[in-house]
Design a binder for this molecule. Structure first.
Ligand SMILES: C[S@@+](CC[C@H](N)C(=O)[O-])C[C@H]1O[C@@H](n2cnc3c(N)ncnc32)[C@H](O)[C@@H]1O
Length: 306
């Protein structure tokens, strides 16, 4: 982005960006752009990939970043999910916060026998409807271009499990959630708890207003979990803004700036013990679309009520 371009970039307030968010979300485009990219056989991939149609013009370097980042994300979350579930007794109840249209990790969770039920949730109605359609459709009439069976078998390395079927069977509800208004925004998911596992990917720093609200959200997660339950959060590290994936890209949406030491301490203050933190660094600071340092993955266990 040139200096002249930068002058045209407008920064939205948190309230404005939240209001605008739902209008522009394109479920198919989002899945293609971030997750379809992983199916490229090579990183810079000249190979034709039917699940990758980016809605933005990316240069090779940006494509590499997306592919590496999402591969790292799935690899880590898969590892955490396996380890968390290994130590848990059936029946396990799971809540995912801010599922969006991406249900790869909750689909993977649904295939474990000891998992009894999953609640997905999102702020945006069209995202909730995308998931509801996926759950209610029969395989032959699955809407949309994103090929879930193909994605799951390649990315999660299991060709024998029908993840779409196990997800349909165990996902009991797709709830409304609004992290920007914690006093009321969690009531739907709170009423279906308590949970043994809460997961969330790429949502907390986008949906909350500041560090105080972010920490209040960690406290509310504590309240929704059983003692011994697991909280698994993936977020963007040290990011102050992102640009919308679709629509006008000359808008900056604010993001809560979280660092590793801060989230580690906040987890402890809110009744968790941190089991593991993984970091992934990339070059987002050089991109006009984001200014994060990379990704952070936190796996924590609730040890007491707060
Ligand atoms: C970057 S997407 C992540 C989607 C998915 N979890 C993933 O990892 O691909 C961010 C998600 O946060 C949701 N979100 C934004 N504001 C929110 C809010 N105030 N409360 C709850 N979710 C919100 C969006 O609807 C969107 O699905």
């Amino acid at each position: 982005m040139t200096d002249v371009d930068k002058q045209h970039v407008t920064t939205k307030s948190f309230t404005e960006s939240q209001a605008n968010y739902g209008e522009i979300f394109d479920q198919e485009g989002y899945l293609q752009q971030y997750y379809g990219a992983m199916l490229s056989k090579t990183i810079t991939g000249s190979i034709k990939n039917p699940l990758f149609e980016p809605s933005r013009e990316f240069d090779d370097h940006q494509k590499e970043d997306i592919i590496r980042c999402v591969r790292f994300k799935i690899r880590n979350l898969k590892f955490y999910i396996e380890h968390i579930l290994q130590d848990m007794q059936a029946p396990v109840k799971v809540l995912d916060i801010g599922t969006g249209p991406f249900c790869g990790n909750v689909m993977y969770i649904s295939a474990f026998e000891k998992v009894e039920s999953i609640i997905c949730s999102d702020y945006v109605e069209s995202n909730r409807n995308y998931l509801k359609d996926l759950i209610s459709a029969t395989t032959s009439e699955q809407k949309g271009r994103f090929n879930w069976p193909q994605f799951m078998s390649i990315v999660y390395g299991d060709k024998s499990t029908n993840f779409v079927e196990t997800f349909r069977e165990k996902c009991r509800k797709v709830s409304h959630v609004d992290l920007s208004c914690l006093s009321e925004g969690l009531s739907d998911v709170e009423s279906s708890g308590p949970y043994n596992i809460i997961t969330s990917e790429w949502t907390f720093s986008e949906g909350t207003k500041d560090l105080t609200e972010y920490e209040e959200l960690l406290k509310r997660c504590n309240n929704m979990l059983t003692v011994g339950g697991a909280l698994l959060v993936e977020d963007v590290l040290e990011e102050t803004f992102s640009t919308p994936e679709f629509g006008e890209i000359d808008i900056k949406y604010p993001s809560v700036w979280i660092s590793e030491p801060w989230i580690r301490d906040a987890m402890v203050r809110q009744g968790f013990v941190v089991e593991q933190i993984n970091l992934f660094y990339n070059n987002e600071r050089n991109s006009p679309h984001f200014d994060g340092l990379g990704e952070i993955f936190v796996w924590a266990t609730k040890i007491k009520n707060v």
